[in-house]
Design a protein around this ligand. Structure first.
Ligand code: WT7
Length: 652
């Protein structure tokens, strides 16, 4: 059990909403009760009414939920709408000159885009995509830095009914190639490179490399010139963004699509080596994206919302590109890193753009907390009125610091539990209603039927721990794994015979009905709020010619939440410390090349074999113990060769 979990379990402070916050909150006690009652008495009607109220449909739907092919649920099935129309066009009449995006670049320069600007940029690009032959249903890979053009690209795809799949810019050429191939993408939208922490990073090179190795389905590549670094342009395939949009009209009639038409795919790690293409719908996804921004972030017309997530992750989809824009809000986008030019950068951005609602990950809070409270105090954070966290459990110490130092002891903190697959927040406080407990994501949102069950699938009541599951389908749930319906059923529904969506986390309930997330139950690590499969890292390691076998486990880490520990068996044993150190370097770089720098093992240990039972099963429990530095005098009698453990005690 990690320190985080231990301290969470003994946490008992309660922070009820202040009268001042309650008085202005969109969801107050009465509204909450009304929503909950409606969801209980008429579940499908509850979501259908909200879908009609919050989204603009070109064709109304007659079917709310279609569960005839469960667990392949469909929502609002015969309705038609367009996500980009909902995020842009419908706001134009009233908000033409309202800022949609305030962008701050790595170097501190800023740009703003009004809703009209956003409309024009997105339309020009949409027309360029059509000119390049991209059609409704085609897949487009977006591999971009955190710049407004990434959002334009997403919105342009949505506008023409193309299915985008963003690959985080930190993923390697190899990872990019795998995703291009799995998605069968026709186009890649990328940039020459990007700026991060005063440095220039390359992106186009990785696209070239990916397309040299494979990705035959790609016909064209659009390159946004961000850094103006030299890149190779392949004739007939590559075109610059500016050339692509030259002469294109700033008008494009959004293509209305069926509510179930896939809006995007987003690859995420699971317990096998191959990432899963999580497929989201247009109507259901957009509904929960919209609603959770309204309910959980309490967003109102004059808010300035900054979600620090990169668009490469689901958080950047729902809380940068789609949800807030669907509500007609002003968002901040930031290209850089929290510690450049110094660790006051986040707070400076909050001050300079008068951010009112701020959403980030516990790992960032822990990292910045280490620099002390004086730094944030140098900035005017008085505009902040609500804070949020996502990605992993937040330890109470970080929660209190965030609350007191960043939130002046006044801002509610919404700890939002959800996943790539759920599309939007599932368990999270309603800031005008819910009493907060540091470390708990509190209660399921209205309409979200979350439970904790034991091995047999019996629902547990307060105080017990078990598998977190969601019983009723909800609009923004994953529709399938791209190209792999069988894996979809197997991963999320098989465990309890289709009765529940199985989250993959364990959790427990306290006596007040609050949920406390304990961590993953599968072989998935949570490193700095990013999901990484242990098998994915293991397959990267064994693909190195010198590696025979590898096992990867997580261990608690102060800042990152979890760190990656790798146990490696080499074909030729190394004896010299210098040789081992060189091999560690080589393998770390190898993993960075195979997956991306975020997957680099924090430590690598070598042995002549992995600790296995006599039947050949790797004893991961022991490896986790070693990684944590535990004394392993316990039961090792089932081990084939107990001397292996001693070899792995030495870390590099
Ligand atoms: C996994 C999902 C959802 C966007 C970011 C990550 C963990 C997420 C919390 C939270 C405790 C959390 C879970 C979940 N997680 N939010 N508030 N408290 N754990 O998305 O990569 O799909 O990962 O992140 O383990 O299953 P993701």
């Amino acid at each position: 059990m990690s320190h985080t979990i231990e301290s969470i379990l003994t946490e008992n402070r309660v922070f009820p909403p202040s009268e001042a916050f309650k008085a202005q909150a969109t969801i107050n006690d009465a509204k909450y009760q009304e929503l909950k009652d409606k969801a209980e008495t008429d579940y499908v009607g509850f979501w259908s009414d909200l879908a009609r109220e919050k989204l603009s449909w070109s064709k109304d739907f007659s079917v709310g939920l279609d569960d005839s092919k469960a667990p392949f649920y469909k929502w609002f099935t015969d309705g038609e709408l367009n996500a980009s129309y909902n995020c842009i066009d419908r706001h134009l009449e009233e908000k033409e000159y309202k800022n949609a995006i305030i962008f701050e670049a790595d170097d501190g320069s800023t740009e703003t885009y009004t809703y009209k600007d956003l409309h024009d940029e997105v339309c020009r690009l949409a027309n360029a995509l059509v000119a390049k032959g991209v059609e409704k249903g085609d897949r487009v890979i977006i591999y971009m830095p955190m710049i407004p053009q990434a959002v334009f690209a997403m919105q342009a795809c949505a506008r023409i009914g193309a299915i985008h799949s963003i690959v985080f810019g930190g993923f390697s050429a190899e990872a990019l190639k795998d995703r291009i191939e799995d998605a069968g993408a026709k186009m890649v939208i990328t940039a020459d490179g990007g700026f991060r922490g005063g440095k220039t990073v390359a992106l186009k090179n990785a696209v070239d490399e990916a397309l040299e190795k494979g990705g035959r389905s790609v016909e064209s590549v659009i390159v946004y010139e961000r850094t103006k670094q030299a890149v190779k342009m392949k004739a007939g395939r590559d075109i610059t963004w500016n050339d692509a949009i030259a002469g294109m009209s700033n008008y494009h009639h959004a293509v209305m699509v069926n509510a179930e038409h896939p809006l995007f795919l987003l690859y995420t790690s699971g317990s096998t080596g191959k990432p899963k293409g999580i497929q989201h719908s247009t109507g259901g996804y957009l509904l929960n994206a919209h609603l959770t921004n309204e309910w959980v972030f309490d967003l109102k017309n004059d808010d300035v919302f900054w979600c620090t997530a990169d668009v490469g992750w689901i958080t950047g989809h729902t809380y940068v590109a789609y949800g807030p824009l669907s509500m007609g809000m002003t968002i901040v986008m930031f290209e850089g890193v929290p510690t450049y030019p110094d660790a006051g950068r986040f707070w400076k951005v909050c001050q300079d753009h008068a951010v009112t609602v701020f959403y980030t990950a516990p790992t960032a809070i822990r990292a910045l907390m280490k620099f002390g409270s004086d730094l944030p105090k140098q900035y005017d954070l008085s505009k902040l009125r609500l804070l949020g966290t996502v990605g992993e459990p937040i330890n109470p110490e970080a929660w209190i610091w965030y609350h007191d130092v960043i939130g002046r002891g006044e801002c509610p903190i919404v700890d939002t539990w959800w996943q790539t697959e759920t599309g939007a927040h599932m368990i999270a406080p309603l800031p005008g209603v819910t009493a907060l407990k540091p470390g708990s994501c509190t209660k399921p949102l209205p309409g979200i039927d979350a439970h904790i069950v034991d091995e047999e699938g019996t629902e547990l009541t307060h105080g017990e721990g078990g598998y977190l599951v969601i019983r009723k389908p909800w609009p923004s749930m994953v529709r399938t794994i791209w190209n792999d319906d069988a894996r979809f059923v197997e991963t999320y529904f098989a465990m309890f015979k289709n009765k529940y969506y199985v989250v993959g986390d364990s959790a427990h309930l306290d006596t007040d009905g609050n949920f406390w997330i304990m961590g993953r139950i599968d072989d998935v690590l949570n490193v700095s709020g990013h999901r990484l499969g242990t098998m994915e890292i293991e397959s990267a390691l064994v693909s190195h010619p010198a590696v025979v076998e590898a096992a990867v486990v997580g261990r608690p880490h102060d800042v990152k939440g979890e760190a990656i520990a790798a146990f490696v068996v080499l074909s030729n044993n190394l004896n010299e410390a210098a040789e081992k150190a060189a091999m560690v370097q080589e393998l770390r770089e190898w993993v960075a090349k195979e997956i991306g720098p975020i997957a680099k093992p924090d430590e690598i240990r070598f042995g002549t074999n992995l600790p296995k039972t006599r039947s050949g099963k790797i004893m991961r429990r022991l490896l986790r113990g070693i990684a944590k530095g535990e004394d392993l005098c316990g039961d090792t009698s089932t081990l084939e060769d107990p001397t292996i453990l001693a070899q792995f005690m030495e870390k590099h």
